[in-house]
Design a protein around this ligand. Structure first.
Ligand code: FES
Length: 143
């Protein structure tokens, strides 16, 4: 079966992928660090996730909503997975951080060494960095 004839939407998405090899997962369940009101509706994480998914669709970056990233005590959270490079966990994001996530995804996608460069990285992705995770094939010489 020729998938191109059955999935034109998929091909369309791939052809305008502006951060190839990157998927951003945004937690839709996070509460605000400043105001962790359990009854907030919508939750601040849901607001960020919806805005990021919508912006990603408009600008060709694969951004997906996820229920929880187990980073709940660090405020609004997102994970940035890289097919070949390092992956990142961020916390302490704001509800309006969607554009910053797109900038970060594009930086990581175009990084020749697979590491998101510090230069050009949005401040919120500097302050909110929780951890980075090496790619599967990574090994490091030890003395
Ligand atoms: S609720 Fe968002 S990381 Fe757990």
């Amino acid at each position: 079966m020729d998938i191109t004839t059955t999935s034109p939407g998929l091909n369309e998405t791939r052809s305008r992928d502006t951060a190839p090899g990157i998927v951003v997962y945004v937690c839709r369940s996070c509460r605000s660090e400043a105001d962790p009101n359990p009854n907030a509706d919508p939750r601040p994480g849901a607001t960020l996730a919806q805005a990021a998914v919508t912006l990603g669709q408009a600008e060709g970056v694969d951004i997906r909503s996820v229920n929880c990233l187990a980073n709940c005590k660090r405020g609004l959270s997102a994970a940035m997975r890289s097919a070949d490079g390092w992956s990142y966990i961020f916390g302490s994001l704001s509800e309006d951080a969607a554009p910053d996530l797109l900038v970060g995804a594009r930086l990581l996608s175009s990084a020749p060494d697979g590491l998101m460069p510090w230069r050009g990285r949005p401040d919120i992705l500097k302050r909110g960095l929780v951890a980075r995770i090496p790619p599967l094939n990574f090994t490091e010489e030890t003395p």
